[in-house]
Design a protein around this ligand. Structure first.
Ligand SMILES: O=P(O)(O)OC[C@H]1O[C@H](O)[C@H](O)[C@@H](O)[C@@H]1O
Ligand SMILES: [Fe+2]
Length: 186
């Protein structure tokens, strides 16, 4: 019987994923219009400045029932006014699908919101492990001065519902107040 080398490697310190067909998206300032509260501060940022990127493994086509996806998100340090750099955030298109997150490096917040728009957050630090409940929107925020990276594992049929967030946003925002993160009602 054959023993082979692993197909993929995840560097547990940085979150860098290597292997065949690791794919990612990059979200730059120009891709995040309307996401941050302070439009004046947003308009001062270079449009091509990187805010976050992903490196993911998709072993089956998106939408396949019963599969899982794996990947890392890297969020740059930065703020738009007092609001920390963060992901767009989403509900899952199949809204009952859960997801797990686990932190590799840096410090951040996982901001969660249920369908009644109740918002709460969990601190993310290296090793922290998070299980996102069904029917719960999720967004991650870099509250530190270094790159914040976390891994994710999620069902291949979960999909992303960005439209609900584009329409109504989250009901709270992670802001730097006196140098520390605070979840402020939006
Ligand atoms: O999709 P966003 O809200 O921009 O977040 C960026 C990414 O974060 C995690 O890695 C999720 O598991 C991905 O599904 C998501 O695409
Ligand atoms: Fe998700």
């Amino acid at each position: 019987m054959k023993i082979s080398a692993p197909k993929f490697m995840t560097d547990w310190k940085t979150g860098v994923v290597t292997g065949p067909e690791v794919q990612g998206v990059e979200r730059r300032v120009r891709d995040l219009d309307g996401v941050f509260a302070d439009e004046g501060a947003f308009s001062q940022l270079r449009p091509d400045r990187l805010v976050y990127r992903t490196a993911c493994v998709f072993p089956v086509p998106e939408g396949t029932e019963g599969g899982v996806f794996w990947g890392t998100t890297f969020i740059e340090p930065g703020t738009v006014g007092a609001e920390y750099f963060m992901t767009k955030g989403h509900f899952h298109a199949k809204a009952d699908r859960m997801e797990s997150y686990f932190t590799f490096a840096g410090t951040g917040l996982l901001v969660l919101m249920d369908t009644a728009r109740n918002c709460w957050a969990e601190e993310m630090t290296p090793g922290s492990t998070h299980l996102i409940p069904p029917y719960t929107a999720h967004r991650t925020v870099n509250t530190g001065d270094d790159v914040f990276s976390f891994g994710a594992c999620w069902p291949s049929d979960a999909g992303h519902d960005y439209d609900s967030i584009a329409e109504s946003g989250f009901s709270a925002r992670a802001m730097r107040v006196d140098g520390s993160p605070v979840l402020v009602p939006a």
